[in-house]
Design a protein around this ligand. Sequence first.
Ligand SMILES: CC(C)(COP(=O)(O)OP(=O)(O)OC[C@H]1O[C@@H](n2cnc3c(N)ncnc32)[C@H](O)[C@@H]1OP(=O)(O)O)[C@@H](O)C(=O)NCCC(=O)NCCS
Length: 181
Amino acid sequence: MLTTSDPPPGFGFAPLQPGMPVFADAVRLFLATWPSEGGVVGITDFFTRYAALPDYHGLVALREGALVGFGFGARSLPGQWWHDRVATQVGVEHPALQDAWTLVDLAVASEVRSRGIGSALMEALLAAQPCPRALLSTEVSNAGARRLYERHGWSYLHPGFAFNPGEQSYVVMRRELASAG
Ligand SMILES: CC(C)(COP(=O)(O)OP(=O)(O)OC[C@H]1O[C@@H](n2cnc3c(N)ncnc32)[C@H](O)[C@@H]1OP(=O)(O)O)[C@@H](O)C(=O)NCCC(=O)NCCS
């Protein structure tokens, strides 16, 4: 199932780049969504480092100027922490890892979920990047996100492993994009 990359009525999309006022808002939404993942300084640094990677693309969803969602990603390359851990699991030569773009984060504020914002943000991000395929990981336990991704053409590259020993497991999903021809 593919969906529109246009924001639902009443919402708009805008770039997510360091230095913009919405950047700090996106960090705040990240921390509201994943409270145990760190603090403002660490997550700002995480976002900023991704924004410097090849083929970085980030978008925010806005309602009346206020941030209600964001997503971003970048090209997946050897030497990156996430890429190398997935490569260890599936093999560095796996076709899914070649010329792939990683959707790193996608979050929508809880009060505006189930209106199509997350789907449209994802499709807008994928439509704008140059790779023929995409990758992501999400918690094995995140049934809602997995269902959304499955409905949008994502399949499982790995059924679940812990990126950090002793922490929860994540599925790795892949999707071939229309741009692959
Ligand atoms: C996952 C997440 C980004 C989805 O965002 P969203 O804006 O709710 O996504 P959508 O509205 O496009 O789709 C969600 C559901 O709403 C439904 N929906 C979409 N448009 C709709 C509409 N206009 N009316 C009613 N329902 C709609 C979708 O069919 C989907 O149904 P499902 O829950 O049965 O799968 C959001 O739930 C979130 O931020 N979760 C926490 C963070 C997270 O898990 N991120 C993803 C992993 S990194």
